[in-house]
Design a protein around this ligand. Structure first.
Ligand SMILES: [Zn+2]
Ligand SMILES: [Zn+2]
Length: 250
């Protein structure tokens, strides 16, 4: 399986990543990628003002030989699945990932939920039309009912991320992801392989994710970033227009 777009990465403007937007785009181009979504965090400690997410209008759609997509990895702030950016900002972004992070790292008061609470949280996010993707569901520190969530994500068109950074962290995460992938296959839920890169050194290294999908016989047609045609078709369907034709990112 070939992956042609990085849909989850962070830049050093966030304070806790290591390379600039230009360096990340150059690394993506060097890897032969077609597109890169920059998805800096909303509401992680030591991160950006919300004004940042209005400012993609200053960036061209094409930089360094690749397509640039605007985005954010937005924190889930409660167990109903509310997120840390306003609807107004969310509407302007191309790819919106909702994630639950370690309570230690978040800018608001939070805690790890019970499996029941986490399931409700992810269901709330999956039903939000302003959320495109659920981030690192294979993180075993946030357990949830896979069988309850995946059919709903399939019906709302919410993409389930295969996050190679989390796959590299533990064997438990790999097994958790294996179960999620099997359910996505059974229910025809769409997936995307991402690296969650915080530096140029992991940009475009999708291999642990594609290997796992191949082991589980996951159909390539359901991986939105597995070809330029699939990527463009996904955004055409999701946004109702061809964002790749834009001059600027917002
Ligand atoms: Zn980060
Ligand atoms: Zn994350």
């Amino acid at each position: 399986m070939n992956i042609i777009a990085e849909l989850h990465c962070h830049t050093n403007i966030s304070g806790h990543a290591f390379n600039s937007l230009t360096e990340m785009a150059q690394a993506a181009a060097k890897k032969g990628l077609y597109a890169m979504a920059v998805t800096n965090h909303s509401s992680i400690k030591d991160t950006l003002s919300h004004l940042h997410f209005y400012c993609y209008k200053y960036l061209p759609r094409r930089i360094e030989g690749i397509f640039l997509l605007s985005g954010s990895e937005i924190d889930l702030v409660d167990f109903e699945g509310h997120v840390a950016l306003s609807e107004d900002i969310l509407k302007g972004l191309d790819f919106r990932i909702a994630s639950k992070h370690n309570p230690r790292d978040t800018a608001f008061e939070s805690r790890y939920g019970t499996p029941e609470e986490n399931t409700q949280m992810y269901l709330g996010a999956a039903k939000n039309p302003l959320i495109d993707c659920l981030g690192h569901l294979g993180n075993v520190t946030v357990p949830f009912d896979h069988e309850a969530l995946i059919p709903v994500a399939a019906s709302t068109g919410t993409v389930i991320e295969v996050n190679t950074s989390y796959l590299k962290r533990s064997k438990e995460n790999v097994e958790c992801y294996r179960d999620i992938i099997r359910l996505c296959r059974r229910h025809d839920a769409r997936m995307a392989v991402t690296t969650d890169s915080h530096s140029i050194y992991t940009m475009g290294d999708f291999s642990v994710g594609t290997k796992l999908l191949e082991e589980e016989g996951f159909p390539e047609e359901l991986v939105i970033n597995s070809s330029t045609e699939r990527l463009r078709a996904y955004f055409l369907e999701r946004k109702g227009r061809d964002i790749f034709e834009d001059e600027m990112c917002l």
